[in-house]
Write a protein that binds this ligand. Structure first.
Ligand SMILES: Cc1cc2nc3c(=O)[nH]c(=O)nc-3n(C[C@H](O)[C@H](O)[C@H](O)COP(=O)(O)O)c2cc1C
Length: 272
């Protein structure tokens, strides 16, 4: 899971845990690799994670989290960051307190998803709490949540004053989001976006790399989901369901070829 290519720089690694004795073991393993930063996950909302007090569970234990971050920062020479949510639930939005404690513990940057743990991925992102966190800290704040299009990424910058925006779901099947957003932020003009031919070309490359990395069997299983993400918003229901039944590289390649032939028949919706 920590495989990377030489181009992936700067390269961080995220750890999940609430017990420094165990985390120390992870840090010692990490020290044998060439990472640029270590991030502690205090944001994961998955039940089996939070029930043990890890991930977003740490938001309910601000003093413990502060101590943990201090211990991690002292144990490693690498910069340490933390990823948080706005709070546990709407009655306990404590991101500012958590963020100040994290800064005090010596973290060098903070990532914040502007939703509570109980929100999961539902409801809207709380730009206001991210802005308050940004105003309270001296260290860089990277905002996360619904950065799904260049316009929404700009909105996150505008509403919060954050130093950076982390893009997650918006990049699934849409690697163009980064260059398009950079262009949009520079020029203010709506980027043209890829056409079906370009999408299919990148899918072919992705399919080949994915298969070379994971092997054909696992690679194709993974690519079924990737296929669906790439064609999100396109009227190609049949192709999508055939991709979910596809079992071989050649078959998947054929489906991408069919997609490419729809170049003039199928409209790619603008993602602004
Ligand atoms: C499939 C998936 C896996 C994720 N895994 C992690 C993770 O391991 N660590 C983490 O800090 N956030 C993780 N996230 C959360 C994202 O980093 C991000 O905060 C969240 O998806 C909101 O941003 P978005 O609206 O741009 O997707 C994950 C999100 C998704 C959809």
């Amino acid at each position: 899971m920590i495989s990377a290519t030489p181009d992936d720089r700067p390269l961080g690694i995220q750890i999940l845990g609430d017990d420094f004795e165990i985390i120390k073991g992870a840090l010692d393993i990490i020290s044998g690799y060439n990472f640029d930063l270590i991030d502690l996950n205090a944001a994961c909302p998955v039940d089996k994670v939070v029930s043990g007090g890890k991930g977003a569970g740490l938001l309910r234990a601000p003093v413990k989290l502060q101590k943990l971050l201090k211990e991690i920062s002292t144990h490693t020479d690498l910069p340490v960051t933390v990823k948080i949510r706005s709070g546990w639930d709407e009655t306990s939005v404590n991101a500012v307190e958590i963020a100040l404690r994290a800064e005090d513990a010596g973290v060098k940057g903070l990532f914040i998803h502007g939703r509570t743990k109980t929100q999961g991925y539902s409801g809207t992102v709380d730009y206001n709490i991210i802005q308050k966190v940004k105003e309270s800290l001296k260290i860089p704040v990277v905002a996360s949540g619904d950065g799904l299009t260049p316009n929404l990424i700009r909105k996150m910058f505008d509403e919060t004053g954050c130093d950076g925006v982390a893009v997650a779901r918006g990049a699934l099947g849409n690697p163009w989001i980064f260059s398009e957003t950079a262009e949009y932020l520079r020029s203010g003009a709506a980027p043209p976006g890829p056409d079906i031919y370009e999408i299919a070309q990148i899918m072919k490359k992705h399919l080949a790399l994915n298969t070379a990395f994971h092997g054909e069997k696992i690679g194709i299983l993974i690519f079924r989901k990737l296929f669906a993400w790439y064609v999100r918003g396109l009227s190609v229901k049949q192709l999508r369901s055939r991709a979910f039944q596809s079992c071989s590289y050649d078959d998947m390649l054929r489906l991408i070829g069919e997609l490419q032939l729809l170049q003039d028949k199928c409209h790619v919706p603008a993602l602004l």
